[in-house]
Design a protein around this ligand. Structure first.
Ligand SMILES: O=P(O)(O)OC[C@@H](O)[C@@H](O)c1c[nH]c2ccccc12
Length: 271
């Protein structure tokens, strides 16, 4: 598996980090992070939303390695506003350039346009990238267990905590879930997509959700496109969802967001 996409991504990320450090060293980046806008509570917002209905992390995603270009008409600020208007709890913004056609500026523009907490969706290996995330304004970072060692994960989490950011820990199988339990973050993302093969199967959440300890919050990630999918995942223990492509492909993103969340709102809205 040495030529899988994750190891390719890791090698160009480490190159990117070395270049970034040459341009702005750690103490320079820490200075930028101190000047960033105050952290918005990411996990807390999802916890509150999922108590009465669904929590939605809506993703700003222009392209992906498996699907190519997803949305040509792409304005991060407008998309962020549409998601907020449609009822999203939080945003996720892809900042990886080579594989997802993302950019740090997209996160900056999206976050400035709304009051929602924002996840930086990228592949992090080095604590420097966590500080850089805060300097961009990110409120939460992602740790992909399939991509990092236990020691790397712990270092990333510790740096995030130091900067007041939340952490979404992403897992795809029972072994990664066990490793996630060594970390402190309550937010566990079950990725329905296998990042090595790109096969997406909602059965991953159905199988793994039952193994997640009671005191953690489950986020089902990837491959959901209808409100029936959300109801299915909710029945299996996940009331928080990370959705990108299905919403990004719709002309009216606010309406599509409202629509995918609709049954939850009407079923739980205290009619
Ligand atoms: O577009 P989808 O199928 O709704 O998936 C969103 C999100 O879960 C997916 O983009 C994702 C999940 N984990 C990742 C890690 C890196 C990059 C991207 C991802």
């Amino acid at each position: 598996m040495s030529d899988n996409i994750l190891s390719q991504i890791k090698s160009y990320k480490l190159r990117e980090v070395a270049e970034a450090k040459a341009e702005c060293d750690l103490s320079g980046m820490e200075q930028r992070a101190r000047e960033a806008d105050t952290v918005r509570p990411f996990t807390e917002a999802l916890q509150a939303a999922s108590r009465t209905g669904y929590g939605l992390i809506a993703e700003i995603k222009k392209a992906s390695p498996s699907k190519g270009l997803i949305r040509a008409d792409f304005d991060p600020a407008l998309l962020a506003k549409a998601y907020e208007e449609g009822g999203a709890t939080c945003l996720s913004v892809l900042t990886d350039g080579p594989s997802f056609q993302g950019a740090p500026e997209y996160l900056v523009e999206a976050r400035a346009a709304v009051s929602l907490p924002v996840l930086r969706k990228d592949f992090l290996f080095d604590p420097y990238q966590v500080v850089e995330s805060r300097a961009m304004g990110a409120d939460c970072i992602l740790i992909i267990m399939a991509a990092v060692t236990d020691a790397e994960a712990a270092a990333l989490e510790e740096t995030a905590t130091t900067w007041g950011m939340d952490v979404l820990i992403e897992v795809h199988d029972a072994e990664e879930l066990e490793r996630a339990a060594l970390l402190k973050s309550p937010l566990i993302g079950i990725n329905n997509r296998d990042l090595r093969s790109f096969v997406t199967d909602l059965d991953v959440t159905r199988r793994l959700a039952k193994l997640v300890p009671e005191d953690r919050l489950i986020v089902s990630e990837s491959g959901m496109s209808t409100s029936d999918d959300l109801a299915d995942m909710a029945m299996n223990g996940a009331r928080i969802f990370l959705i990108g492509e299905a919403l990004m492909r719709k002309a009216d993103v606010a309406a599509a967001t409202r629509e995918i969340l609709r049954p939850a709102t009407s079923a739980m809205g205290g009619m």
